[in-house]
Design a protein around this ligand. Structure first.
Ligand SMILES: *Cc1c(COP(=O)(O)O)cnc(C)c1O
Length: 220
C-alpha cells in the first residue's frame, strides 16, 4: 500500500495521544526502492542481513537515513553492525553487549539497542527469555557506547487471536517493568504487516512493516 495509507492506518490505530514510529523493512529490496520511499519522507529503515545492509547504507549515505538491524546478529558480524547501524534491535545475549560496545566507533555516538525477547518461546526464534532481561539491561546500561532503548519481539503468528494478544500483552508488561528501572527505554518494537494494528492497540511504539509497504519481497 502507499506510504501515506499506511501512515494513516498507523495513526488511526494509535489514536491522537500516541506517536507510533514506522520502520520500513527493506530487506531484499533494492536501494532504489529505499530511495523512493525516502523521497516521500520515510526516515527509518530495517534490514536483516548485515552485509546486504552495509552495501545499501553506503550507497544511500547522502540521504541521511536511520538504519536498524532487525535480523539475527552473529557474533562475527558484530563489528560491522556496530559500525554501520544506528540501532540494533536484536541484542539477545551477553556476548553481543561487549562485542557491540567494543566496536562502536566513538565518532558515531552511542548505538541504540533493543533487547529481543523470544516471547512465545519458539525453538525457531532467537531472542532471550523474559527472565534474562534484567541482567542484559544492566550489562547494556554499563556500556557508554550503547543506549538501551527498549524491547523487540516477533510474536508467533497464531491463528487464534487470543494467543496473539496474550504475547503482545506480556511484551507490554515486560516493557513497562523495564522502563520503570531504565527510564531511557522508550521503544517497544512489535507489529509487522499482518498484525501492526493489533500490536499498536497492545502498546507497541514502533512497527516494522515490509511487504505491506514494498509489496512481495524479491527472492534472494
Ligand atoms: C521481515 C521482517 C519484518 C517485516 O515483515 P512483513 O511481514 O514483510 O511486514 C518485520 N520484522 C522482522 C524481524 C522481519 O524479519
Amino acid at each position: 500500500m502507499p506510504l501515506a495509507t499506511l501512515q494513516q492506518q498507523i495513526a488511526a490505530a494509535a489514536g491522537p495521544a500516541r506517536n507510533v514510529r514506522l520502520l520500513a523493512v527493506s530487506k531484499l529490496q533494492p536501494a532504489s526502492a529505499v530511495a523512493a520511499l525516502a523521497a516521500q519522507g520515510q526516515q527509518a529503515f530495517g534490514e536483516n542481513y548485515v552485509q546486504e545492509a552495509a552495501a545499501k547504507i553506503a550507497e544511500l549515505a547522502a540521504l541521511g537515513l536511520e538504519w536498524h538491524l532487525i535480523g539475527h546478529l552473529q557474533s562475527n558480524k558484530a563489528e560491522l553492525a556496530a559500525q554501520v547501524f544506528d540501532w540494533v534491535q536484536t541484542l539477545d545475549r551477553p556476548k553481543l553487549v561487549s562485542a557491540l560496545a567494543q566496536h562502536r566507533p566513538a565518532a558515531r555516538g552511542a548505538l541504540n539497542v533493543l533487547i529481543q525477547v523470544n516471547i512465545d518461546d519458539e525453538d525457531s526464534k532467537h531472542g532471550c527469555q523474559p527472565d534474562e532481561i534484567p541482567a542484559l539491561a544492566a550489562a547494556i546500561a554499563a556500556q557508554p557506547q550503547l543506549r538501551l532503548r527498549g524491547l523487540m519481539a516477533i510474536p508467533a503468528p497464531f491463528p487464534d487471536a487470543a494467543r496473539r494478544l496474550s504475547a503482545l500483552a506480556r511484551m507490554k508488561a515486560l516493557f513497562d517493568t523495564l522502563a520503570a528501572t531504565h527510564p531511557q527505554a522508550d521503544t517497544l518494537s512489535m507489529g509487522m504487516s499482518a498484525d501492526f494494528a493489533e500490536a499498536i492497540a497492545a502498546g507497541s511504539t514502533m512497527v516494522r512493516v515490509g511487504s505491506a509497504l514494498f509489496g512481495p519481497r524479491p527472492t534472494p
